[in-house]
Design a protein around this ligand. Structure first.
Ligand code: KG4
Ligand code: ZN
Length: 344
């Protein structure tokens, strides 16, 4: 079965084709809107929607061309139905649903975070169920116990900002551009953690929850001190990154201890952070555990993870839409609301 995946929940347009018979991704294409939003210091929803409209047909064509397939070869379609920006989601949803009607193939709405969560299974050396997942994106920070497709138990989550959001806001506070996460990580390379002292929020809270908004406030206090200089920025960035990473690592290890599992899967944009990867690997090695990451290019938003999550659900017997051509997007949508596919 050839599954076409479409992602348009935020500032990346992604298209991919996954082959369930071969168990592999045939092709995927991505267009990032970074240049479009950079001048505004963040994502402008209306511009995002319009750009998705412009890019999707082109990316669809490129993805098909890369595989040598025609539109008529597609057996099923999966698209991100939420969570995300309503207008941006509507673009992917309407293209997917319209194609479904035109090609007379089933169409399946996919949860964006399920895409992230399952994306490490696309790598050459994938984890096996069950595992602990650390989901760290711009909108979410969650620890889950994952026992199968749709079998997700929430262990803990952020009580305020998401980890990626904290990176982005901190980057903005010290004058770095959008997207802040990668920019902050780059500046931190030139700095030394420890010269500034930032808190490790909820490090000893004995649960699996996180809090990042206090960290951001502490950065603001440090950066607006009268004696703060331009050349201090790298040290502050390094300390912020060290603090955020320390908490993420400690809670992930606590979740593994609690569940008794030895596999940790990291998904979402912050999973691209190299310091987080190094520290997680080191902490896991001490516990004789292993950390799995998606391929670096599949850490941030992409169509491949949506095609793949859809493919797993179709393979498990899920049927897709009711064929009426009616659909709705879910800008706010908890991962806890989705369920295991019912095997046909
Ligand atoms: O998963 P993603 O592409 O989009 C969402 O679904 O949110 O994640 C984007 C987030 C942004 O907050 C971005 O700043 C952060 O991931 N991010 C990073 C890095 N690369 C992306 N944060 C820290 N270090 C990075 N290298
Ligand atoms: Zn995402």
């Amino acid at each position: 079965m050839l599954v076409l995946g479409i992602e348009s929940s935020c500032d990346e347009t992604g298209v991919a084709i996954y082959d369930t018979d071969k168990g592999m991704l045939l092709a995927h294409r991505l267009h990032s809107q970074i240049d479009l939003h950079a001048a505004y210091g963040g994502v402008v929803p209306e511009l995002a929607s319009r750009d998705h409209i412009r890019r999707l047909p082109l990316l669809l064509r490129e993805t098909l061309d890369a595989t040598g397939l025609g539109m008529g070869d597609i057996d099923a379609i999966a698209y991100t139905a939420g969570p995300g920006l309503a207008g941006a989601l509507l673009v992917g949803a309407s293209v997917a649903e319209a194609l479904g009607v035109a090609l007379n193939v089933p169409v399946l709405p996919v949860h964006h975070l399920e895409g992230h969560l399952l994306s490490p299974l696309l790598s050459a050396d994938p984890p096996t169920f069950p595992f602990v997942a650390l989901l760290v994106s711009g909108g979410h920070t969650q620890l889950m116990r994952v026992a199968g497709v749709g079998d997700y138990v929430l262990l803990g989550e952020t009580v305020d900002d998401a980890a990626g959001e904290a990176f982005d806001k901190t980057a903005k506070l010290i004058g770095l551009g959008y997207p802040g996460g990668p920019a902050l990580a780059k500046l931190a390379l030139q700095g030394t953690p420890g010269r500034f002292k930032l808190p490790r929020p909820m490090l000893h809270s004995k649960d699996f929850d996180f809090s990042f908004s206090g960290l951001k406030t502490a950065v603001l206090t440090a950066a607006t001190a009268p004696d703060f200089r331009e050349e201090d920025k790298a040290d502050l960035a390094a300390e912020f990154q060290a603090a955020a990473v320390e908490v993420l690592v400690a809670k992930s290890m606590a979740a593994m201890r609690h569940t008794g599992l030895k596999q940790l899967v990291v998904a979402g944009g912050v999973g691209a952070n190299q310091v987080l990867r190094v520290q997680l690997d080191a902490a896991a090695a001490k516990r004789k555990a292993r950390v799995y990451y998606p391929e670096l290019e599949l850490c941030t938003d992409n169509g491949a993870m949506i095609a793949f999550a859809g493919a797993l659900r179709f393979a498990a017997g899920e049927q897709g839409g009711d064929g009426s051509g009616r659909f709705a997007v879910r800008p706010r949508w908890s991962l806890q609301e989705i369920v295991q596919p019912v095997v046909a």
